[in-house]
Design a protein around this ligand. Structure first.
Ligand code: NAD
Ligand code: KPL
Length: 307
C-alpha cells in the first residue's frame, strides 16, 4: 500500500474527531464514514468537524460519506465504541481493498478479535491509547488529556509504512510487538478503577478511601494476567493502579462519565472479557465476579444495558 492512501475514519465521536482533525491539519487525505443519510445531512449542515485544543477551536471541513457511498478503502480507522465496532465494519466490508489495513482503536479486549475475524485476509492493527477527548456537542471534540497511542499487530511484528502519517499529524505513538500486553494492562487498570468509581459515584482520587477493595481486585487481576500468558502486564499492577488513581485524582473515569450521561458502557469488553477469560482458565476470581454483578445491577437500575 502506498504511503499516500486516504484515511477513512469510521466513527466521528471524541477520538475519531481528534484523529481526523490532526490528520487533516497535517495535509493528509482523510474522509469520514457516518452512520447514515440523516447523520450525513446533519454533518453537512454543520460544515465540518471542530477540534478544541488548549482553548483554541478550529473547524475542519473534512469530506464525509456513508458506508454505501464512495470508493474502495485502503486504510480504515475504526473509532466506534467497542460494542459497535464489528457491525460498523461489516457494513463497509464490501468497500475494503484486498490489501486494506484496518486500525482498531477500542478500549478493552474482545472487539479487536471480533473485527479481525469479520475481515479475513485484511491486516488488523490494534491500538491502545491513553489520550483523552470528549464531545461537548455533535461534530465537536475537545482534546482533554495528552497521552500516547501504542499500535501493533499480533499476527505480524513488521510496522506498516503509513506510521509516518501519524508522526506528521503529531499523534504521539509507538509501534509495539506486544500490543496484546498493552491492551491487557489497560484492561486491568480500567477494571480496577472504572467500575468502582461508578459504584461509589466518585472521582478517581476518592478510591483512596477504598484501597482494600482496589487491592483485592488487583490481586485477582494479576493472577488472571499471569494465567493468560501476560506476566509483564501483570507486573506491579497494584502500584500502577494507585499511581493512576493519584495522577487522575480530579477526573471522573470514562465509565463514570458514560453512566452519568446515560450512555451505554463498555462493561462487556472490560469486566465481561476478564470474567470470560477467567472461566476459560478455570480460575475463580470472586472479587472480580462480584464487581461485575454489582456493576450490572447498577447499570440495570440506571436503565442501561448490563452487558
Ligand atoms: P464516541 O461515542 O465519542 O464515538 C463513537 C462514534 O462512533 C459515535 O460518533 C457514533 O455515532 C459512531 N458510530 C457508531 N456506530 C457507527 C457506524 N455503524 N457507522 C458510523 N459511525 C458509527 O466514543 P469515543 O469516546 O471516541 O471512543 C471510541 C473508542 O475509543 C472506545 O472504545 C473508547 O473506550 C476508546 N477510547 C476513548 C478515549 C476518549 O478519551 N474518548 C480514550 C481512549 C480510548
Ligand atoms: O483510562 C481511564 C478511564 O477513565 O477510562 C483511567 C486511566 C482509569 C482514568 O480514569
Amino acid at each position: 500500500m502506498s504511503g499516500q492512501a486516504v484515511w477513512h475514519v469510521l466513527g466521528a465521536g471524541s477520538l475519531g474527531t481528534l484523529w481526523t482533525c490532526r490528520l487533516r491539519r497535517a495535509g493528509l487525505g482523510v474522509r469520514l464514514i457516518l452512520r447514515g443519510a440523516e447523520s450525513l445531512a446533519s454533518y453537512e449542515r454543520e460544515g465540518g468537524l471542530t477540534l478544541t485544543e488548549r482553548s483554541l477551536s478550529q473547524q475542519w471541513p473534512v469530506p464525509a460519506e456513508t458506508a454505501e457511498d464512495g470508493l474502495p478503502i485502503e486504510r480504515l480507522l475504526v473509532a466506534c465504541k467497542a460494542y459497535d465496532a464489528r457491525s460498523a465494519v461489516l457494513a463497509l466490508a464490501h468497500r475494503l481493498a484486498p490489501d486494506a489495513d484496518v486500525v482498531v482503536l477500542q478500549n478493552g479486549l474482545g472487539s479487536q478479535d471480533e473485527v479481525a475475524s469479520s475481515l479475513p485476509g485484511r491486516r488488523c492493527i490494534y491500538a491502545s491509547s491513553t489520550e483523552g477527548a470528549f464531545r461537548p456537542q455533535p461534530w465537536h471534540s475537545e482534546f482533554a488529556g495528552q497521552g500516547h497511542t501504542w499500535l501493533g499487530d499480533p499476527a505480524n511484528p513488521v510496522p506498516p509504512p503509513w506510521l509516518a502519517d501519524l508522526g506528521r499529524a503529531g499523534i504521539p505513538h509507538q509501534w509495539t510487538p506486544d500490543i496484546l500486553g498493552r491492551l491487557w494492562r489497560k484492561l486491568a487498570l480500567n477494571c480496577a478503577i472504572n467500575p468502582l468509581t461508578v459504584l461509589h459515584d466518585c472521582r478517581n482520587g476518592e478510591l483512596t478511601q477504598h484501597v482494600c477493595e482496589v487491592a483485592g481486585l488487583c490481586a485477582e487481576l494479576t493472577e488472571l494476567l499471569e494465567c493468560c500468558g501476560q506476566p509483564e502486564a501483570a507486573s506491579e499492577l497494584y502500584s500502577e493502579v494507585l499511581r493512576v488513581i493519584q495522577a487522575t485524582a480530579r477526573n471522573y473515569s470514562s465509565m463514570h462519565q458514560d453512566v452519568s450521561h446515560g450512555r451505554r458502557t463498555e462493561i462487556h469488553y472490560l469486566l465481561g472479557y476478564a470474567c470470560a477469560a477467567a472461566a476459560r482458565h478455570g480460575l475463580h476470581l470472586p472479587h472480580v465476579l462480584h464487581l461485575r454483578e454489582r456493576l450490572a445491577e447498577k447499570l440495570r437500575a440506571c436503565g442501561l444495558p448490563s452487558d
